[in-house]
Design a binder for this molecule. Structure first.
Ligand code: SAM
Length: 211
């Protein structure tokens, strides 16, 4: 089994990805990014985008909603800050370097927490989801879009082989849906609202939890 991720390795990995991130991951993740924003905007209000990275999502949010973005990686976030400035995004209340596992916000302040391609890059996904639930108002939603590991077959075998290298690149390719489902089952008041396959190849999923 691959070793666990640690935060410093992830931060170093994204400092290396930052200059080329948009080129490598801009288009390939775009469908899921847009689908998760559409879902977030159906709730609307005060939205927290966790692991906002270079801010590729920023222009897709409607200017009606208030947005806060956080990311562990300062080099990634610098690009998001440049986007806010360039496009004069007055709906963005702030961007901050912060660990998703220890959010520096009071309880119950957001209507939606969005995390696009993030939950499998954090060392402790369950603690991270607990933080998401904590900062949400009652009736709020957690919206994730992420690659999830195959349950069986050749893709599962490949993901498991690739896992040690992927740790150094900053993610877990073999991360199972079951881990998210079990988190929701253990948390009183949390329910899975939707799990929908996303391109490319349906290997990604959009997941919504109501809190
Ligand atoms: C695959 S990128 C996704 C970026 C962006 N959401 C997108 O759709 O392109 C993962 C992002 O999560 C951030 N990240 C990883 N671990 C984190 C943590 N513990 N707290 C906050 N952000 C984290 C990384 O720095 C990186 O910017």
């Amino acid at each position: 089994m691959a070793t666990e991720l640690d935060k410093d390795t992830v931060a170093r990995a994204y400092a290396r990805w930052a200059p080329v991130y948009d080129l490598v991951f801009g288009a390939v993740f775009d469908h899921g990014r847009k689908a998760s924003i559409e879902a977030a905007e159906r709730v609307g209000g005060h939205i927290l985008d966790v692991g906002i990275g270079t801010g590729l999502s920023l222009l897709d949010y409607s200017r009606r909603n208030r947005l806060v973005g956080i990311d562990l990686s300062a080099p990634m976030l610098h690009q998001a800050q440049a986007r806010v400035k360039e496009h004069r995004l007055a709906n963005v209340d702030g961007l901050a370097v912060m660990d998703a596992q220890h959010l520096g916000f009071r309880d119950g302040v957001f209507d939606v927490v969005v995390a696009q391609y993030v939950i499998t890059t954090v060392p402790n996904p369950e603690a991270t989801l607990n933080e998401f639930a904590r900062v949400l108002k009652p009736g709020g939603e957690i919206i994730l879009v992420n690659h999830l590991g195959a349950e069986a077959g050749p893709r599962a075998a490949f993901e498991s082989l690739f896992a040690p290298l992927a740790r150094r690149l900053g993610w877990r390719p073999e991360f199972p849906w079951e881990r998210l489902a079990q988190w929701a089952a253990r948390r009183r008041g949390v329910r899975v609202v939707e799990r929908r396959a996303m391109p490319p190849l349906g290997h990604f999923s959009l997941i919504r939890f109501a809190v």
